[in-house]
Design a protein. Structure first.
Lengths: 507, 267
C-alpha cells in the first residue's frame, strides 16, 4: 500500500476521461489557439492595465479584511499547525485514523492551492511560520522596543529564489518519490525540520526577505495567486526600500510585482509593503482572472527555474499514475522492491526535459521573427504564461480527490488522534463518493484544460507584444510557443485519459 | 554563450511557415497515444470468457461435492467406530481413512463447507495416526470423532446442494454482473490486474477463487473479504458510485498489498 501512492496521501478514484472528450478537448485547444492568436493580431495591446474594483470601499469589504478577521485566521491557522504536530507525534500511525495526513496533503496542499488560484492569496494570512515569527518579534519588542529577532544580514542577490527551488524539489521528492509521506510521524518530522529551516532563514536574513525567497510555500501559493481574481495593492511608490520587492526587485519571488523602471507605481501582492502602508494607500481589488501573470518584466533566472520545476513536477505527479509509468518501473520494482530510486530519477529528468524544451522554444521565438535576442530575454518573461496550463491540469486532476478525500476531515475532527474519541458526534461519518458524478468531473476537467490553454496563449501574446514590439513580429514569434503549449496541453489531457494504476505492485 | 546560439541562419525565414505544420503532427501524436490507452476493449472480451469459466467451475464444484459425499458414506465410519470400540483393528481401516481424507482435501470446497471440512480432516489425521501406531484406545476415541464429523459434513453437503449454493456460498441474483478473480499462491491475479467494467446502478457479483490466504479489499466502497487458500468467495453488492476502484489483496501476516484488479463503475 505504501508503495502504491503517487500522491502524498489517499487515493484518487477518477475514471479516465473518455476518448471522445479527450479528442474534443485536444481539438478545441488547437482551434481556439488560432482563434486567440487571430483576435490578437487585430486588437492586441501590451497595455498592462485592467479593470479593478476596490473591495475596501465598502463596509462589508472592510469588515472581511479587518484586523479582527485577520487575527482570527491567524489563531485558527496556528492551532491547526499545532494540531498537525501533536497528531503526528502522539496520534495513531494509521494514516486514515489520524488527522495530520488529511490536513496536510488534502486540505492544505491541494485545498490552499485551489483557493490561491481561484480566490486569492490566503497563504500569506494563514502561513503559520510567518505568524509565529511575527508573534515572537512582537513579543520581543514588548520587552525592548529596539529588539530584533533577525540578524538582517544582506541577502546575496545571486541567490535569488534558489533556496526556494531547492526546497521545492525536496518537498516534491517527499510527496512523490518518498515511500511513506503520509505516515503521521513523518509529517510531524517534516514540519519540524521545515520550521527550523524557515525560522533560521528568517533569523539570518529577516522575515520578509526570506518569505519571498526561501519560504517555498509563499512562492508556490503566491505564484498560483497571480491567477486569482483578487489582489492586495499598495498605491504609489510605497516600497522603494521594501525588503521583499523594492531594493532588489529581480531576486525575489515577487519580482515583477512592480513594473521595472516605471517610476512611482503601485505594488501588487507584496504584503511587506501592504502592511506598512497607511490605510488610504491600501486596496484589496477584484480583478479579472490571470491578469496577475501578465506582469512578467523582471522574472529572474531562479524564478524561471522555479516555475519550470513546479510545472514539471505537477505533470510528473500525474504521469506516475499512468500505465505507461507502471510499465516503465515494473522491472525496477521487481529488482529493488521499491520505487524511490526511479521516482527520484523521474523527478530529476522531468524538470530537465521541460527546461530543455522550454529553452529550445524560447530560442526559436526570436528566430521565427528573424531577430536576434539573448536566450534569457525571451525565456524569462514568457515562463509565467505557461502557468495557466499547469494550473488547469492541477485543478482537473485533483477535483474529485479534494471533494471526496477532503470529507475525511468530518470523522477525524471528532477523533483527531485515532484514540476512539467522538468529540462532535461525527466520528462514524463515512465518505460520500457520489458528491460529484463522473460526467461532472470529466466536463469540468476538459473545460478547465481548454480554458487554461486559451489563457496561456493569450498571456504569451501579451508578453510577445511587449518583448517584440510590433504585432506582426509578436504573432510570428508565437508559433514555437503555440506548438509547445499545444503539446503541453495534449500531455495533460492524455494523462487524464489514462486509467489510474498503482505502479510497482505485482499483478 | 547565448550569442552563438542566435547567429542568423538562412533557414530562419522559413521556420514560421514550417511550425504550423508541426502542430497537426503534434496533435496526431497525442491522438495515437490516447487511442492506445483506450485499446482495452480486448479486456472486456476476456471478462466474458472468465465468466463462462466461473459458471463451469460452479457446476463442476457441485459434482465434486457429490462424489466426495459418496466416498464419505461408503467409508462406513459407523462400522469402523463400533469395531474399534470393541478393540478390533482391521488393516483395511487405515487405507479407508487415508483414501477418504485424500479425496476430501483434494476438492475445491464451497466457502460454507470449508470449516467443517477442515474439522473432518483434522480428525481423520488423528485417526490415521492412531491406527498407524496400532493404539486401539486412541483409535477408538478418534474414530468416534471422525464418525461424528462425517455425519455433520454429509448433512451439510446435502443442505448446501439443496439450497443451490455449492458453487459459491452466496446466491447470485438474476441480472447481476459477474466479476471473477483468480488469485495465485503469491496473491497476484492470474493474468494480471485486469479492469472490470460495470455500469453505475448494476448489481455486481464478485467471485474470488484463491490459492493464497489473506484479505481482499475493494477501495472506495471499502468492502473487505476474508479469503482462505483453496476457497472461493462470492459476494454481491450494488455499484452505487462511479469511479475506478482498486481491488487490493493483503496477504495474511502483513506485507504490502497487491493490486489484483480494478473495478470501473461508469456512469
Amino acid at each position: 500500500m505504501a508503495t502504491a501512492n503517487a500522491h502524498g496521501f489517499g487515493q484518487r478514484y477518477d475514471l479516465p476521461v473518455p476518448l471522445s472528450l479527450y479528442l474534443i478537448g485536444a481539438g478545441a485547444a488547437v482551434v481556439l489557439s488560432f482563434v486567440v492568436a487571430a483576435v490578437f493580431l487585430r486588437t492586441g495591446s501590451a497595455e498592462g492595465s485592467y479593470p479593478r474594483l476596490n473591495l475596501l470601499r465598502w463596509r462589508a469589504g472592510r469588515a472581511l479584511f479587518s484586523r479582527q478577521v485577520g487575527i482570527t485566521l491567524e489563531l485558527l491557522s496556528v492551532s491547526v499547525f499545532l494540531l498537525v504536530l501533536v497528531a503526528g507525534l502522539i496520534g495513531t500511525t494509521n494514516q486514515v485514523r489520524n488527522i495530520a495526513p488529511v490536513l496536510v496533503w488534502v486540505i492544505w496542499w491541494v485545498g490552499i492551492a485551489y483557493f490561491s488560484a481561484l480566490a486569492g492569496n490566503i497563504w500569506h494570512l494563514t502561513n503559520p511560520w510567518r505568524i509565529l515569527f511575527s508573534w515572537a518579534e512582537a513579543l520581543a519588542r514588548r520587552f525592548d522596543p529596539e529588539a530584533s529577532l533577525s540578524m538582517d544580514l544582506p541577502y546575496p542577490r545571486r541567490l535569488g529564489v534558489w533556496p526556494g527551488v531547492i526546497l521545492f524539489f525536496a518537498f516534491a521528492w517527499l510527496e512523490i518519490a518518498f515511500h511513506d509521506p503520509a505516515r503521521p510521524s513523518n509529517i510531524a518530522t517534516m514540519a519540524l525540520v521545515y520550521s527550523v529551516i524557515t525560522w533560521s532563514g528568517m533569523i539570518v536574513f529577516g522575515k520578509d526577505r526570506w518569505l519571498y525567497r526561501g519560504e517555498v510555500f509563499t512562492l508556490v501559493f503566491g505564484l498560483l495567486a497571480r491567477f486569482a481574481p483578487t489582489e492586495a495593492r499598495t498605491i504609489g511608490d510605497a516600497c522603494s526600500d521594501c525588503p521583499s520587492c523594492g531594493s532588489t526587485p529581480a531576486d525575489s519571488g515577487l519580482a515583477s510585482s512592480r513594473p521595472a523602471g516605471a517610476g512611482p507605481s503601485d505594488c501588487v501582492n507584496c504584503y511587506s509593503c501592504f502592511e506598512k502602508a497607511p490605510p488610504e494607500r491600501r486596496q484589496i481589488n477584484l480583478r479579472p482572472f490571470a491578469v496577475g501573470l501578465q506582469r512578467t518584466d523582471a522574472v529572474s533566472l531562479s524564478m524561471m527555474a522555479f516555475v519550470v520545476l513546479l510545472l514539471a513536477t505537477v505533470t510528473f505527479d500525474g504521469f506516475t499514475d499512468t500505465p505507461t509509468w507502471a510499465s516503465i518501473v515494473v522491472g525496477y520494482y521487481s529488482t529493488f522492491g521499491q520505487l524511490t530510486g526511479i521516482a527520484t530519477l523521474g523527478l530529476l529528468a522531468f524538470p530537465l526535459l521541460f527546461m530543455a524544451l522550454y529553452l529550445v522554444t524560447s530560442a526559436m521565438m526570436p528566430l521565427a521573427t528573424g531577430r536576434r535576442l539573448p536566450l534569457l530575454e525571451t525565456a524569462k518573461p514568457f515562463v509565467l504564461s505557461l502557468v495557466p496550463i499547469a494550473l488547469a491540469y492541477h485543478l482537473a486532476h485533483y477535483l474529485t480527490y479534494l471533494l471526496t478525500q477532503g470529507q475525511l476531515l468530518v470523522p477525524l475532527i471528532s477523533d483527531p488522534f485515532g484514540f476512539g474519541w467522538d468529540l462532535f458526534g461525527t466520528a462514524d461519518y463515512s465518505i460520500d463518493l457520489n458528491i460529484v458524478g463522473a460526467r461532472f468531473a470529466w466536463y469540468t476537467a476538459v473545460t478547465a484544460i481548454v480554458v487554461g490553454h486559451m489563457v496561456a496563449v493569450w498571456l504569451a501574446h501579451l508578453t510577445a507584444l511587449r518583448v517584440f514590439g510590433n504585432e506582426r513580429a509578436a504573432l510570428r514569434s508565437q508559433y514555437p510557443m503555440l506548438a509547445l503549449m499545444v503539446g503541453y496541453t495534449a500531455i495533460s489531457l492524455w494523462i487524464l485519459a489514462q486509467p489510474i494504476v498503482e505502479a510497482g505492485i505485482p499483478g | 554563450m547565448n550569442r552563438t546560439l542566435f547567429s542568423p541562419s538562412p533557414t530562419s525565414a522559413r521556420l514560421p511557415a514550417l511550425l504550423p505544420a508541426l502542430l497537426p503532427a503534434l496533435f496526431l501524436g497525442g491522438l495515437l497515444l490516447g487511442g492506445a490507452a483506450h485499446a482495452q476493449d480486448a479486456g472486456d472480451r476476456v471478462e466474458a470468457l472468465e465468466q463462462e469459466v466461473a459458471d463451469l467451475r460452479s457446476q463442476l464444484a457441485s459434482v465434486g461435492v457429490l462424489i466426495a459425499n459418496r466416498y464419505l458414506v461408503a467409508a462406513d465410519f459407523h462400522a469402523m467406530d463400533e469395531a474399534l470400540h470393541q478393540g478390533e483393528i482391521n488393516p483395511r481401516y487405515l487405507t479407508t481413512v487415508r483414501e477418504t481424507a485424500a479425496v476430501v482435501s483434494a476438492l475445491h470446497w464451497p466457502t460454507e463447507l470449508q470449516a467443517i471440512t477442515e474439522g473432518f480432516l483434522a480428525a481423520a489425521n488423528d485417526l490415521a495416526g492412531a491406527l498407524e501406531a496400532e493404539d486401539a484406545t486412541a483409535a477408538a476415541e478418534a474414530a468416534a470423532v471422525v464418525h461424528d464429523r462425517q455425519h455433520e459434513l454429509s448433512h451439510n453437503i446435502i443442505t448446501s446442494l439443496a439450497n443451490g449454493h455449492a458453487g459459491g456460498g452466496t446466491e447470485i441474483p438474476e441480472g447481476a454482473t459477474r466479476v471473477v478473480l483468480e488469485l495465485s499462491e503469491r496473491g497476484g491475479a492470474t493474468g494480471g490486474a485486469a479492469t472490470h467494467v460495470v455500469r453505475r446502478g448494476e448489481t455486481v457479483a464478485i467471485t474470488v477463487g484463491t490459492a493464497a490466504t489473506g484479505e481482499l479489499h475493494l477501495h472506495g466502497y471499502d468492502l473487505e473479504w476474508d479469503l482462505e487458500a483453496g476457497a472461493e468467495v462470492t459476494s454481491v453488492f450494488e455499484a452505487t458510485s462511479t469511479g475506478r476502484y482498486p481491488l487490493e489483496f493483503h496477504p495474511e501476516g502483513g506485507g504490502s498489498g497487491i493490486a489484483v484488479g480494478y473495478l470501473e463503475v461508469r456512469p
